[in-house]
Ligand binder design. Structure first.
Ligand SMILES: [Fe+2]
Length: 359
């Protein structure tokens, strides 16, 4: 995912700054600062550590604040947030952690506390939340095939097909160790068994057009350029390419491909999630729960669907028209907890077959 650096991290040093200023300035200024600090403490707030980007979550937080009066303060980062919560320990200001991918939710579980909420259990299906209620899915994303409109006639591929000799030299995907692929591979271990998966992965490796490199969108660019015919990527990237005004060339990449939802061996498309967890030492626990419950509401779910082209976590809410235009499919019902437990083995097998060395 693209990354931008934000000055919002400065939020958390504000109370300390206010404190220092109140003691260094004149008496009047000190009194003003003290009152300001008291007001700040009285204000209802919730602190979020977010791996999700501002363009997506800021509209959600604005809606939440408008509905509840609770202010949301956010630290955005691409990595290191879970480690930061661990380091901060009991003094951590983090209330809610927002992230993508089951691997990161599994990591967040180590610094999370269970949340008992009828609203969350109503909207989030069992397979998209941890058994101990320490993480909850917020959106679904399928990991699909982007196939060349010009060079691939097949309309119903399976993941098993991608390892067949007819696709020799025609498949592109990012590093086998990327969390998105590790989740897919972990799911395939459950479907195929370890030996079956290892065989399949060796077949997929033989079919690669080159060494795995680049992100999901870079694979679609390779299909557009003719380097390969089938790329593996997450669904929402189709929406990001189709609507990309800053990099309009990506609209051409998108036009060169069709989305196909490959079936897993037992049927169904491979699904991953974005999700959330409440930090173990959340200082604003009640507000954190309110925010988590808001994020599964229809209002918030529609924002995820419209702004980032993701599938709502609840089957009761429709995906956006654009997302639906990529095709209907049956999701794999495999529990994300099962996938989480097989991630380590998937990663080991990727190395055992030297997948990242390419064909
Ligand atoms: Fe992504």
């Amino acid at each position: 995912m693209r990354f931008r650096v934000f000055a919002l991290t400065a939020f958390f040093s504000l109370p300390l700054t206010a404190f220092i200023i109140s003691h260094a300035a004149t008496t009047t200024a000190a009194q003003d600062a003290s009152v300001a600090q008291e007001n700040e403490q009285l204000t209802q707030r919730v602190n979020v550590y977010s791996y999700r980007q501002p363009f997506l979550v800021e509209p959600l937080f604005e809606q939440f604040t408008a509905a509840t009066g609770i202010k949301v303060k956010v630290i955005f980062a691409k990595k290191g947030l879970i480690e930061r919560v661990k380091t901060e320990g009991k003094r951590s200001p983090a209330d809610v952690i927002l992230t993508v991918d089951i691997g990161r939710l599994q990591a967040a579980q180590a610094v999370a506390q269970p949340v008992t909420s009828a609203i969350l259990t109503k909207h989030v299906p069992k397979r998209a939340r941890s058994a101990d209620d320490k993480w909850f899915g917020l959106t679904w994303r399928a990991r699909v095939a982007y196939v060349s409109r010009a060079r691939v006639a097949a309309t119903d591929l399976s993941f098993a097909d991608l390892a067949k000799p007819e696709y020799r030299g025609r498949v592109c995907l990012r590093s086998g160790q990327h969390p998105y692929n590790i989740a897919l591979f972990a799911a395939l271990i459950d479907h195929m068994g370890e030996a079956g998966f290892k065989n399949w992965l060796s077949g997929l490796k033989a079919n690669l057009a080159g060494k795995p490199s680049g992100n999901d969108r870079a694979q679609v660019r390779k299909v557009y350029g003719g380097a390969c015919d089938i790329a593996i990527g997450n669904t929402y990237y189709m929406g990001k390419m189709q609507t990309n005004e800053k990099k309009p060339e990506q609209q051409d990449w998108a036009k060169s491909v069709r989305v196909v939802f490959p079936d897993m061996p037992r049927g169904g498309a491979h699904m991953n999630i974005s999700g959330m967890a409440m930090a173990e030492y959340a200082p604003n626990r009640a507000n954190a729960q309110k925010l988590m419950e808001f994020l599964v509401s229809e209002t918030a779910q529609k924002t995820y669907a419209e702004v980032n082209f993701e599938y709502p976590i609840s089957a009761d809410i429709a995906a956006s028209a654009r997302v639906q235009s990529w095709g209907a499919f049956t999701p794999d019902r495999l529990s994300l907890s099962t996938i989480a437990n097989l991630r380590r083995r998937a990663s080991e097998i990727v190395d055992e077959v030297s997948f990242n060395d390419g064909p």
